[in-house]
Design a protein. Sequence first.
Length: 351
Amino acid sequence: MRSLMLKIISIVIVALALVSGLVWMDYQSYLESPLQIPEKGSRYELKSGMNLTRLVKQLTNEGVITKPRYVLWYARLTGRANHIQVGEYKLEPGDTPKIFIANLLSGKVIQYALTIVEGWNFRQVMDAIHHNTNLAHTLKGQTDKEIMKQLGYTDIHPEGRFLPDTYHFPKGLTDLEFLQRAYTAMESFLANEWDNRDVGLAINTPYETLTLASIVEKETGLASERGAIAGVFMRRLQKNMRLQTDPTVIYGMGKRYKGNIRRSDLERDTPYNTYRRRGLPPTPIAMPGRDAIHATLHPKEGDDLYFVSRGDGSHHFSSTLEEHNKAVIKYQLKGKKRPFSSFGNNNGNEK
């Protein structure tokens, strides 16, 4: 009887070992096998408070995972089942359960992009943020002042403070967090550029740099001209000449601007009318990009004090009012000599 029991036990042990071996082989094979993912890929979101078991069950119901126990066993055997990170993920065709778990542990979430365009004003930045469906919106309906207060910058004007760039972020990042990243990026870049500025400039603070750089940004879209434009404005400031730049007038007009500047607009006295007031306007008028900031702090040397649009995106630069007037007739008046704002005026106050 004892001999029979030993044989039965031996058979059971062998059978269990065989079954365990087969299960282990199947387990290992499944971990290396592609999941059932559509050709275009599959997105899934691990929300806050959602554990791995719930996520695996969801993907099992969707047919992506066919052996959920194996996936959970693997996560637990690695000792990292409780370390998965929330966010939105994407499964690509060919991804295995091991890749699936590795992505969850590394937080390899889908990244979305939003670009702050060089030359945008703060209103345009906020419009883009409000219309981005991948950000969590907490700032709608708030004033500029309230937004800046939430960022921790009470009584700071928002214009010019956010660095133009393409920012990548996971779904659910708040609009406030997005703005904080752009603000910090501008602070960091501006501080570095200020520390390496040219000597003898007519600006005294990093904030004045932002203000002048925003004007340079709005005056030309050609990277090759930014240094020359900055040079003209820097020399005008040094000579106490009015900057006389249209973009500042437009900014001061606000919603009154309908695409054209009339003589009455140039004559209207506002803090941003650089035809009426000397020096810089009180704040930046847009978000200056890296190139505009760099050009402002490293302006092109020379004697030019004027420039006029050629009508093709580029500008003609002049060192005297007489030369400038001729350029205006050539490029703006189509060769016809007739009265205009700077014609016959030699006081050096016209752009």
